[in-house]
Design a protein around this ligand. Structure first.
Ligand code: ADP
Length: 376
C-alpha cells in the first residue's frame, strides 16, 4: 500500500516535471520564432516604405511633403548625396536590439520559472516524505508497544496458571515470583515511559529545585544497581571530587538516567557489559556521562535516535525490547531543565551519552558572594 502510494507520487512528480520542462522549451521556441518573424516582417515593411517614398519622390514632392513623410516614417532618412530615401540605420539597429532583448528575456524567464516550480515540488516532496516517515514510525511504535504490553501479560498469565495447576516446591515458587516481579517491572517501565511522553506532550511545567548531582546519582544508582547487574551490567561510577550543584527535577532526572543505563545494558549484546557512569564539571557546566561498550550507533543514525518512536532498524529485524520513546524523553526532559544531551562513539566501541546541565549559582551563606566554582 505504502509502496504503491510512493510509486504513484513518484510517477505524478515525474509527469509534472516533464510537462513543465516540455512546456517551457516549447514556450521559449515559440516566442523566439514569433519575435524573429515580427522582426522580419517589420524590416520588410520598412523596405517597402523606402520604395514607396522614392516612387512618390519621382512623381515630384514639395519640400513640405518631404518633411511630412519623414515625420510620419521615422525609419526613413533622406540621403542628400543620392537624393533618395533610405532606411534609417539607427532606428533599424535600435529596433533589432529591442527584439533581441525580448528574446533574451524569455530565455532567462524560462529557467527561472522551471527553478521555481522544481523548488516548490521539492518542498512538497520533502514534507510528504517526513509525513510518511512519521507514519511508519508510529506504526512501528504501535507494534512495539503492543508487543511490550502483551508479552509480559501473557508470561504472567502462564506463570500464574502453572502455579494454580500444580503444587510448586518452595524454590520453584520463589523462581516464579521473581520472574513475575521482573515482568511487572517491564510493564511498569513501559507504562511510565508512555505516560511521561504523554505528560511532556501536554507540556506540563517542570519544577526545578536545588540538587547535588553526586548524591542524586548515588541514590539513583543505589536503587537501580542490583537489577542492572542481574542483567549482566558491570557498572562503574566515577563521582566528581567536589560539589555539583544543579537545578533539576529529581524524579524526571531519575527517568533520564534510568533510560540511559537501561539502554547501555540493552544494547550491549556480549555477556560482559562494562558501563561507565562518570560525573564531571567543565566551566559552568555539569556533565553526566554514560558510556557502554555495546553495539554502538551508526554515525548516520546518531541524529535520529532522539526522535519520537525512532528505533534503529525495523520492527521485523529488531530483537531488543523497547518502543523508541526512551531517548526522546531523555532529550525533552533534559532540555526542559535547561540542559542538553549529546551522543558520540565510545572507545574502543559502543556509545557514550553525555548529559550537560548548567551548574547552579550558589550564594555563599556568610557573604552572599556568587560562587560559580563550587568544587574544591
Ligand atoms: P528503545 O530503546 O525503546 O528502542 P530509545 O529511544 O531508548 O528507544 O532508543 C532509540 C534507539 O537508539 C534504539 O532503538 C537503539 O537502536 C538506539 N540506542 C539507544 N541507546 C543505545 C546504546 N546505548 N547503544 C546502541 N544503540 C542505542
Amino acid at each position: 500500500m505504502n509502496l504503491t502510494s510512493r510509486r504513484v507520487t513518484r510517477i505524478a512528480f515525474s509527469v509534472i516535471i516533464l510537462f513543465v520542462l516540455a512546456q517551457v522549451v516549447w514556450w521559449i521556441m515559440f516566442q523566439n520564432q514569433y519575435i524573429a518573424s515580427v522582426t522580419d516582417m517589420t524590416l520588410k515593411e520598412w523596405r517597402n516604405d523606402v520604395l514607396t517614398a522614392n516612387e512618390l519622390l519621382d512623381l515630384g514632392l514639395s519640400e513640405d511633403m518631404r518633411n511630412e513623410l519623414l515625420t510620419r516614417y521615422p525609419h526613413l532618412v533622406f540621403d542628400n548625396d543620392d537624393g533618395r530615401y533610405v532606411l534609417n540605420q539607427a532606428v533599424v539597429s535600435a529596433f533589432v536590439d529591442e527584439q533581441r532583448g525580448s528574446t533574451r528575456m524569455f530565455a532567462y524567464e524560462g529557467p527561472v520559472f522551471i527553478f521555481v516550480v522544481l523548488l516548490g515540488l521539492w518542498i512538497i516532496a520533502r514534507s510528504l516524505r517526513t509525513e510518511r516517515e512519521l507514519k511508519t514510525r508510529q506504526q512501528n511504535f504501535l507494534s512495539a508497544i503492543t508487543h511490550e504490553f502483551k508479552t509480559p501479560i501473557s508470561t504472567l498469565r502462564l506463570l500464574i496458571e502453572t502455579a494454580l495447576m500444580r503444587k510448586l516446591s518452595p524454590e520453584k515458587q520463589q523462581d516464579y515470583l521473581r520472574r513475575m516481579a521482573a515482568e511487572l517491572s517491564r510493564l511498569e517501565q513501559t507504562s511510565e515511559q508512555v505516560l511521561a511522553a504523554a505528560r511532556l506532550e501536554q507540556s506540563q511545567e517542570t519544577i526545578l529545585e536545588p540538587q547535588e548531582m553526586n548524591s542524586l546519582v548515588q541514590s539513583i544508582v543505589g536503587r537501580a544497581r542490583s537489577s542492572l547487574e542481574a542483567r549482566g551490567a558491570e557498572l562503574r561510577v566515577e563521582y566528581f571530587a567536589g560539589d555539583l550543584p544543579v537545578s533539576i527535577d529529581a524524579s524526571a532526572f531519575t527517568v533520564v538516567l534510568n533510560n540511559l543505563l537501561d539502554n547501555a545494558v540493552k544494547y550491549s549484546p556480549d555477556d560482559h557489559k562494562p558501563i561507565l557512569l562518570r560525573l564531571d564539571s567543565k566551566d559552568d557546566l555539569v556533565l553526566v556521562e554514560v558510556a557502554d561498550q555495546g553495539m554502538g550507533i551508526d554515525e548516520k543514525e546518531m541524529k535520529h535516535v532522539f526522535e519520537q518512536f525512532y528505533r534503529v532498524g525495523s520492527e521485523m529485524t529488531r530483537k531488543t525490547k523497547g518502543v523508541g520513546l526512551g531517548l526522546h524523553l531523555v532529550k525533552s526532559i533534559i532540555e526542559a531543565m535547561n540542559g542538553w544531551v549529546r551522543v558520540e562513539a565510545n572507545e574502543p566501541k559502543g556509545s557514550r551519552f553525555t548529559l550537560v546541565l548548567p551548574r547552579r549559582v550558589v550564594l555563599a551563606e556568610a557573604d552572599t558572594v556568587v560562587n560559580l566554582g563550587g568544587a574544591s
